[in-house]
Design a protein around this ligand. Structure first.
Ligand code: ADP
Ligand code: MG
Length: 273
């Protein structure tokens, strides 16, 4: 059984207008089917507006699709009983793009990270503090950062705080929605490295949403390409992605190769580039 199975998901948003008869619904996701295996990262590539974030929300249980089904460990997440829903909320976490707007500016790192623990674990204050320090250490920060406020962190450090919060409840799957996109290249590389380590250490799975082919290529085990709400390609390996003849994929790939000499050798080896 796959960790997550997405079956024929279709979703439209209703564009409400003052005059009801003018309301139009726009299809944003169209007949999407794929699965994520435990301990793997599925990268979803797509241009802006292709439906990536909507798909992320659908997986997180935040946006019920009009059609289709999401099975997490075999449970239909939109038709689960209360106990299962509560467990799902622990097992499914998210890290968004903008680290600053994702946190309350008046909360210290300690409180930001402790929040999910307060909601779901019954720890004493001492135990909770120790858990938060351990989480900070897991993401490359330390005890000195406990009392800092968001504005006292750099973008990359604050994204580490967000990641610490996301792993606090030992989830199974994390949706990373453009989580490294607003960081500079060096920080991006460090955060991707951290994500990869955490994936190994905690057996995490990721749904890694990005418009950045290099980031997707670095971290993903399998790759999908979303275009105008359709999953136009889905590869079980990066090698398949590099060998794809799909015109949109070829275009994405050539922009990556042009920019990064490091990837040119991969292209030469696969000879289709
Ligand atoms: P992406 O993350 O790939 O940029 P989104 O899932 O955010 O794409 O958006 C896909 C399309 O759905 C866009 O055209 C966007 O304007 C529209 N959209 C997103 N959220 C809503 C919403 N809450 N209501 C109406 N339309 C939306
Ligand atoms: Mg988005």
């Amino acid at each position: 059984m796959s960790l997550l199975q997405v079956n024929e998901v279709t979703h439209s948003y209703e564009n409400r207008t003052f005059f009801k008869w003018k309301n139009r619904s726009r299809k944003v996701l169209s007949d999407i089917t794929f699965s994520i295996e435990e301990g793997t990262c599925l990268g979803i590539l797509g241009t802006s507006g292709s439906g990536k974030s909507t798909l992320g929300k659908v997986l997180l249980g935040l946006q019920k699709p009009q059609y289709g089904q999401i099975l997490f460990q075999g449970h239909d997440i939109y038709n689960a009983d209360k106990h299962t829903r509560q467990k799902l909320r622990r097992d499914l976490q998210v890290v968004f793009q903008d680290s600053h707007s994702a946190v309350n500016p008046r909360m210290t790192a300690e409180r930001i990270i402790a929040e999910p623990l307060e909601n779901y674990e019954k720890l004493t204050l001492n135990e909770q503090k120790r858990a938060v320090i351990e989480l900070l250490e897991n993401v490359g920060l330390d005890e000195k950062d406990l009392k800092k406020y968001p504005h006292q962190f750099s973008g990359g450090q604050l994204q580490r705080v967000n990641i610490a919060r996301a792993i606090a409840l030992k989830p199974k799957l994390i949706v990373l929605d453009e989580s490294v996109s607003s960081l500079d290249m060096v920080t991006q590389t460090l955060i991707l490295e951290l994500l990869r380590e955490l994936k190994e250490d905690f057996g995490l799975s990721y749904f890694f949403i990005t418009h950045d082919i290099k980031a997707a290529y670095t971290i993903s085990d399998t790759l999908g390409v979303l275009e105008k709400g359709e999953l136009i390609e889905h590869y079980n390996s990066k090698k398949d992605f590099f060998n794809s003849e799909h015109p949109i994929v070829k275009e994405m790939r050539s922009s990556m190769l042009a920019e990064h000499p490091r990837f040119r050798s991969i292209g030469t080896r696969n000879s289709t580039l």
